[in-house]
Design a protein. Structure first.
Length: 114
C-alpha cells in the first residue's frame, strides 16, 4: 500500500458507520434539486466550504462537509473548463458518494459505494 492510499483507506474505514447518513444527505440535495452533483468534502483542517455534517468522525481527525459541484466551481476547486470531464467521471449519486478527500497537501475525488 502506498503512502497515498493510506488516507483513503483510513477515510473509508472511519466513514463506514456514516454512509447511510451521507446517503440521506445526498438524497436531500438531489430530491430538493439543490444539485445533481452532491460532493462530500472529507477534511482534517478548518474549512469554510459546504455545510458541516460530521465533525471528528468516529473520534478521528476527519470531518465531513456537504457541498455541490456548483460550489466547487464557484470556489475554483473545479475549473470551469474541466466541468465536462468531471461530469463524465461522476458516478450515479444514488449508488455512490462522491468524496473530495483533502489530506496533507493533496486533494482527490473518490467514489464510495453507498
Amino acid at each position: 500500500m502506498t503512502s497515498e492510499e493510506v488516507p483513503y483507506t483510513q477515510v473509508k474505514t472511519v466513514l463506514q458507520p456514516f454512509i447511510p447518513a451521507l446517503g440521506q444527505a445526498a438524497d436531500v440535495i438531489l430530491d430538493q434539486e439543490v444539485s445533481a452533483y452532491p460532493v462530500f468534502i472529507v477534511h482534517q483542517a478548518m474549512l469554510s466550504m459546504g455545510i458541516p455534517l460530521i465533525e471528528n468522525a468516529a473520534e478521528s481527525e476527519w470531518s465531513v462537509n456537504a457541498s455541490t459541484l456548483e460550489e466547487l466551481v464557484t470556489k475554483q476547486i473545479v475549473q470551469e473548463d474541466k466541468l465536462d470531464v468531471f461530469r463524465q467521471v461522476y458516478k450515479d449519486p444514488r449508488t455512490f458518494l462522491c468524496l473530495l478527500v483533502i489530506a496533507d497537501s493533496s486533494a482527490d475525488f473518490v467514489f464510495l459505494p453507498r
